[in-house]
Design a protein around this ligand. Sequence first.
Ligand SMILES: [Zn+2]
Length: 311
Amino acid sequence: MYQIGCKIDEVRVDGDLQAVKKDLQTFKEWGFPVVEIPVHGLDVVVNGKISDSKMQQVVDLLSEFSFQYSVHAPNPINLMDQTDPEIHYQVLDSTLQFARNIQSKVVVYHAGRYIAEEWFPYSNPNQLNDDLMFQMLQQEITYIRKLAANYPDVMICIENARPYNVYSPYCYGENMDTLLNLLETINRSNVKMTLDIGHLFMAASFFGYDPIEAINKAKPYIYHIHIHDNFGKSILYTEKQQTHLLPFGKGDMHLPVGFGSIPFAAFLPVLIRDYQQFIIMEIRSRYFQDIKESRKNLFSIIEETMKEKVL
Ligand SMILES: [Zn+2]
C-alpha cells in the first residue's frame, strides 16, 4: 500500500530549523506518516560538503518524530552542467550522504538539463548541436552510475520536468520516452523515477502526448510520486510571481489537489494500482493551510475511482 505525505517547503523554512520543527509538528497533528525533506532548506550542504554540526542538529530534530522520510536534492543540481560539473556531483553526493544519515531510502533528483533555467537568457537549447547534447547525456549517465554504486542503499529517483515556452525541450525529462531511455541505459536497480503528475500534465499538454500512455510506459520505473495541481498552461521562465499567474491559471502552480484541472480520476487508477511507495503532495508554500483539503480531495478521488478506502 502506498503512503501519502507532504513536503517541508525550502522557501518557507529557509534554513531555520525551528521553522522546520514547527511544520513537522503540524504534519504530525494532521496525521501524515511521510515527510519529504529538502536538503537545500536546511543549510546542511555548504559548498558541496555536509556541515557536520548542522547535520547533527537535523538528525536530532528528525529523530524527535516518527515519520518516514524521503529527500529532495537541491533543484539547481545539474549533472549535465558544462561549467563546473564536479560541484554538481559533490552536492548530489552530499545529498545522498544526508539521506543515509536520516535513514531515508529515496532521493529525488531533477533530470539534468541541456540548458539550465538560469542560463536561458544566454543560450537557447534549440541551438545546441546533437554531439554536445549526446555528450551531456553521457556525463549524466556516468555520474549517476557512480553515485548509484556508492549508495546502493538509496534509490535515486530522477524526476520528470515541466516545459517552458520558447526554451523547451531544455531537459530530457520533459519527454517520457527520453527519460525512460536514459533510465534503461543507466540500467541500475537503484536508479528509478519520480513521476511528478503536475509536470507530466503540463508536458503532455505542451508537446501533445497522451499522459495516460506515458504513465503506463513509465510504470515499471516509477518508485516515487509527486502530486499537485495546475491547469496545464506552460509559461516563460521569467514569469515567477504567483499572484500574477493565478488569475490566468498559468504555470507550474503546485496547487492543492482539486484546485486545478488535472484529471486525477483518469490518472490515479492507472498510476497507483499496485503502487507500494510514497505519494508526496508537493504543494506551494502559499497554500500551506490548504494541505488538509488537498489530502481530502485526493482521498475522495481515490475512493471514488478505485473503490478502495484510504487509511
Ligand atoms: Zn516534483
